[in-house]
Design a protein around this ligand. Structure first.
Ligand SMILES: Nc1ncnc2c1ncn2[C@@H]1O[C@H](COP(=O)(O)OP(=O)(O)OP(=O)(O)O)[C@@H](O)[C@H]1O
Ligand SMILES: [Mg+2]
Length: 482
């Protein structure tokens, strides 16, 4: 392995010689000990630098008339901005008490971010298209490596819930902030990859796109179309569980609207809300008619799920109404939280393990030099596996798969990710994770939106969603959170 002179790893070398610090230095961590945790001046110095929020209008300007100079300045922006944002999150982890961050999952996040900050520090200034190619390969590896961060955050928060080691309010604030900034970072990196790709494929030195063009992932989509697409996916999955039963209709009211949005986010939010509504509708119908025979049940028509679309000047408001029996007040008050009761958290943790087609402990964080030493393609992927294996001694690295891997790919700049959406919508109903509504809230918040539920127990629920329109809000800085 190549000698590494980065500060994080120097500290790791010191840490590994301080055996007497056990049990404070867990076996699964090369980095986390009290020295590193409380005294890492280089990371703290970075975290004190100002972040530069980017608005989608700025991203759009980059995409509108793309020149080599603009592309290189976008690359250098990512190169200098991302380590500051990562360092800020390391600081947030440091602000939890040591025992909490010492949790296996949160520790993996801590290590990943520290290594990644160091990897960004190795990035030389990007002066040419060749430099940019190398940089794009690097950020692709960062995106790939950090897919696992989301499951670690979720499982970490559930373990913290089981142990009751942090108040629900603090845990929510911390996890939401980690996820929101992750979305921001991924959108910025994906956006740069998407610009680089479209620049590569152009024959003209200046590529002129439509005025509002932001990137290929941002589609001028019709709300009606997105609603129908997601409803079809959810309905067909539900139908496969209840063959023969009639599925609820989706009735859309109000005027259709086309606006620019990150398609994968929009579909995810719609899909989770509709999944809950359809599932509740069918469950309530079966509960109300539990004395009926199978022949009688198949003749029943479940009540429709009604969606009303109300376009506004700066936003769009969408109301989803179902007659799925609603939920009790005390249950409703808990649905937004990542923190759960110890009993529920244990149940969700079990579901995580049942659903994981990957073995979390076998996917150690990538070291800083590994981000750079990998090329593209299968052979490189395999060499990365070997190197990770050699470095960590914890076995073979596996690509992240399954529901959470799909969730992690949400910010992908690839066009409508039907397969990701399908995979998410088809996750087994019995293995619920209790994360969808809190996740949707983080996504809507990212888009200057709101998400609320009003529920009448024994009758049904209304879900109110608003989403800010890109390019019309005055305060677009809010769109981007460090
Ligand atoms: N439209 C609805 N009608 C009735 N209950 C609902 C509705 N939407 C949500 N709920 C209740 O809120 C809970 C939390 O919903 P959420 O989508 O966050 O998690 P989940 O559906 O349990 O699991 P998953 O994360 O797999 O979606 C649900 O378990 C359900 O009890
Ligand atoms: Mg759900």
């Amino acid at each position: 392995m190549q000698a590494v002179k980065q500060p994080g790893l120097r500290l790791s070398a010191i840490a590994s010689s301080l055996d007497f610090l056990m049990p404070f230095q867990p076996r699964y961590s090369d980095l986390l000990n009290e020295q590193h945790f409380y005294r890492n001046p280089s990371i703290l110095e970075l975290a004190n630098r100002p972040v530069h929020p980017v608005t989608l209008r700025q991203l759009a300007n980059f995409g509108h008339k793309l020149t080599e100079k603009k592309l290189l300045s976008s690359a250098n922006f990512v190169r200098t901005e991302l380590p500051i944002r990562l360092a800020l999150k390391v600081k947030e982890l440091q602000e939890l008490n040591f025992g909490i961050a010492n949790n296996y999952h949160l520790n993996q996040v801590y290590q990943s971010y520290c290594y990644c900050v160091n990897a960004f520090r190795r990035a030389p200034v990007i002066n040419s298209l060749e430099d940019n190619d190398r940089f794009c390969r690097f950020i692709s590896h960062v995106l790939d490596d950090h897919l696992i961060i989301l499951p670690h955050l979720m499982m970490g928060s559930l373990e913290v819930s089981v142990l009751k080691s942090l108040s629900q309010e603090k845990l929510d604030k911390f996890i939401s902030s980690m996820i929101r900034s992750r979305i921001s970072r991924r959108v910025i990196m994906e956006q740069h990859l998407s610009l680089s790709k479209s620049f590569q494929s152009q024959s003209n030195p200046v590529l002129v796109k439509p005025q509002n063009y932001i990137g290929e992932a941002f589609e001028q989509g019709s709300i009606y179309e997105h609603l129908r697409l997601t409803a079809d996916v959810v309905r067909s999955f539900l139908q496969s569980i209840y063959p023969g039963l009639k599925m609820p209709e989706l009735v859309i009211e109000g005027s259709d609207l086309k606006f620019e949005f990150l398609t994968s986010h929009l579909n995810y939010i719609f899909e989770e809300i509709l999944r809950n509504a359809f599932k509740a509708t069918i469950s309530a119908m079966l509960k109300r008619n539990k004395t009926l025979s199978q022949e009688e049940l198949v003749k029943l028509t479940p009540p429709a799920v009604v969606v009303q679309v109300v376009p506004r000047k700066d936003s769009v408001a969408i109301k989803f109404s179902d007659k799925g029996g609603g939920m009790p007040k005390d249950e409703l008050s808990k649905v937004w939280s990542f923190g759960k009761s110890p009993e529920l958290a244990s149940q969700y943790l079990k579901n995580f393990y049942k659903m994981s087609r990957y073995d979390l402990p076998d996917r150690p964080p990538m070291r800083d030099h590994q981000f750079w030493n990998m090329g593209a393609g299968r052979a490189d992927l395999e060499s990365r596996t070997d190197e990770t294996k050699a470095d960590s001694g914890t076995g073979e690295r596996k690509d992240l798969d399954g529901v959470l891997g799909d969730l992690g790919r949400m910010e992908s700049s690839k066009k409508v990710q039907k397969s990701t959406l399908l995979a998410l919508a088809r996750r087994p109903f019995e293995y619920t994770l209790g994360i969808s509504l809190p996740m949707c809230k983080v996504y809507t918040d990212y888009w200057n939106g709101t998400l609320e539920i009003y529920s009448v127990q024994g009758y049904g629920s209304d879900v109110y969603l608003t989403l800010g329109k890109i390019g019309t809000n005055h305060d677009k800085l809010q769109l981007d959170r460090a």
